[in-house]
Design a protein. Structure first.
Length: 457
């Protein structure tokens, strides 16, 4: 049984303990919220340009420590070095983007009979952010940095297995001159610290990224206080490949192997038009065999380990012994490894085809025509992301409108850009993060009517 008072951080590639971190309890959460409330009052009173200037200094400080943060991510999460550098850079870039938004959080002037109406975007207060282990740095940033820019304080609870980069970001915030207690990081167990953060009456909003099951509990607990919540939950994203597409580009194995498949946007449902099914199968067999799986700190490595032994066992439960599949290789010795895998004998209604596996496993399914492709793409409880591959612009637009997901890419596998909105349909979540409206999600709209008529006689 884990110690409720501490967290042991393992390197997933070696299974060695790299750090031991104190775990916050309910009393620690309460104290942090009290401190954050005081800091937020002063922060919100600053002119927007001053908040923006401080956030830009924070971004510069992160930029000076990108390599350090990346190496820390490699150690605690097993991410490849290239991925980890992108993650640290994404946190830096989002800070700069959010800082610009602080000076552009504009209200409206609305003509009304007898006077004028104006609106203000006012900060919520203290925002609680609960971040996952699969992308610890960027997802912590997505919830935290726009909230700060909008004038809020943030209490961030990172995942139990990956608290190190979040703690370092909080240190860098202080080094950059952000007010003390404005951005606090509280590592802890979800059922203790996470629950206390969700339930705390001094927390005005919760931003949660994680499983649909836990997201449902978070939403239920927030509902007791009528507390707003943003949820980014699971995914089972389709990759729809029509026969007229560039099939090999469409079947890039890292569309589902990036971050060892531990990605809600991973294109793990490969839907291929039946006339090119065999071509797709042959290409994927060679592509999986060529994937370099190994030490994530090695520049040549393309795929690292899974986060934990428990995650390996979860992924394995979807791949029965002897199941028809295409497979790559993994290193011998310690580490939480699972081979790149594409299941080729699954029915469209099987668990592997409809449930989120969260590992380097995809299913290959044929479809007949456009209507059949949309039907298969939507045959899952999730609706986070996906791709459509075709040279027919009309078809690309029709399918993009028909498929029920929040983020689609045509002839691309990209899902996340900090300057565009991100979020899901159905059981993939609630609300949107990132993009030009990110800051408004951390504000209340206040409406003020000003009469232009004279006082009553």
């Amino acid at each position: 049984m884990s110690d409720p008072h501490e967290l042991k951080v393992l390197n997933p590639a070696t299974e060695q303990v790299v750090a031991t971190v104190p775990a916050a309890g309910a009393a620690d959460v309460d104290a942090a919220v009290v401190r954050a409330t005081r800091a937020q009052t002063a922060w919100a009173a600053l002119p927007p340009a001053d908040r923006a200037r401080q956030l830009r200094r924070f971004a510069d400080t992160v930029d000076a420590h990108v390599e350090e943060l990346a190496l820390l991510e490699v150690r605690e999460a097993g991410h490849t070095l290239g991925n980890a550098r992108w993650e640290a850079g994404n946190a830096r870039d989002l800070l700069l983007y959010a800082a610009g938004g602080a000076e552009r959080l504009l209200g409206r002037q609305i003509p009304a009979p007898g006077g004028w109406d104006i609106t203000f975007h006012e900060p919520l207060g203290v925002v609680g952010v609960i971040a996952p282990w699969n992308f610890p740095m960027p997802i912590a940033a997505w919830g935290s940095f726009p909230a700060l820019a909008a004038g809020n304080a943030v209490v961030l609870k990172p995942a139990e297995t990956t608290p190190l980069t979040a703690l370092r970001l909080a240190e860098l915030a202080l080094e950059a001159g952000l007010p003390e207690h404005l951005f606090q990081v509280l590592p802890g167990h979800g059922h203790i610290a996470g629950r206390a953060l969700v339930d705390h009456p001094g927390v005005a909003k919760i931003v949660f990224t994680g499983s649909t099951r836990t997201g449902r509990e978070v939403m239920e607990r927030c509902a007791r206080q009528i507390k707003p919540v943003t949820l980014e939950l699971g995914g089972k994203s389709p990759n729809i490949v029509f026969a007229d597409a560039d099939v090999e580009a469409a079947l890039d194995p890292f569309s589902f192997l990036d971050n060892s498949g531990q990605d809600c946007c991973a294109r793990t449902r490969i839907l291929v038009q039946e006339t090119v099914y065999e071509q797709a199968r042959e290409f994927l067999a060679g592509a999986l065999a060529a994937v370099v799986v190994g030490d994530p700190a090695d520049e040549k490595t393309q795929m690292g380990p899974l986060i934990s032994r428990a995650q390996v066992e979860r992924v394995r439960s979807y791949v029965p012994e002897g199941a028809p599949a295409l497979r790559g290789g993994v290193p011998d010795g310690p580490g939480f490894w699972f081979p790149p895998t594409v299941l080729t004998g699954e029915r469209p209604d099987s668990a592997a085809a409809r449930e989120e596996i969260f590992g380097p496993v995809a299913v290959l399914l044929p479809f007949t025509d456009e209507q059949d492709a949309v039907r298969l793409a939507d045959d899952t409880p999730y609706g986070l992301s996906g791709s459509v591959w075709t040279r027919d612009l009309g078809r690309a637009l029709r399918v993009s409108q028909a498929v029920r997901v929040g983020n689609l890419s045509v002839n691309s596998h990209s899902s996340v850009r900090y300057w565009t909105p991100f979020g899901g349909f159905k059981q993939s979540g609630l609300g949107r993060e990132l993009g030009p409206d990110a800051l408004t999600a951390f504000t209340e709209t206040k409406n003020v009517f000003i009469s232009t008529e004279g006082p009553a006689q």
